[in-house]
Design a protein around this ligand. Sequence first.
Ligand SMILES: [Fe+2]
Length: 188
Amino acid sequence: MASNHYGVPGLGEGDSAKVADILQDRLYALNDLHLTLKHVHWNVVGPHFIAVHEMLDPQVDTVREYADQVAERIATLGGSPKGTPGALVENRSWNEYSIGRAGAIEHLGALDLVYSGVIASHREAIEATGDVDPITEDLLIGQSGQLEQYHWFVRAHLENAGGELSTSGAETEREATVLAEAGVEETV
Ligand SMILES: [Fe+2]
């Protein structure tokens, strides 16, 4: 990472750069997530439209705030946060959200996978930063708790009374939408 001219006291330049690199990947993920959540807010249709449409806006706001926290931590560490769409698309290791206009349950099935990916990577970042920079670790821990609760909001729609997730085993968003829809038909 370039342009580390100063950092926080007590953290060497090398460690600052390492932590900022980890945070940059989280910044891409959070920017991708709030845009994706807004995309779903706009494209959800069908009988559960309003519930999902309205559930998502507070998530968008929080995730945007988390992107801001992560970007400003990168700057605090002496790095230069990259917030442009081109850099995001060029550097992300996941695919673009693949569902357009679709029913609530289909989008929620796909969002289950989206949240799983972001949260698992946040947890890896917590592990990777813990020894070097507990301040960054603490930031990511706080964010993860809230992201996990949002993931539960999504999953609660996909769960039956026995606690089984209709989307379990899905590896792609398409698969997840099909399984989520089938799960709803089963319980009707
Ligand atoms: Fe809106």
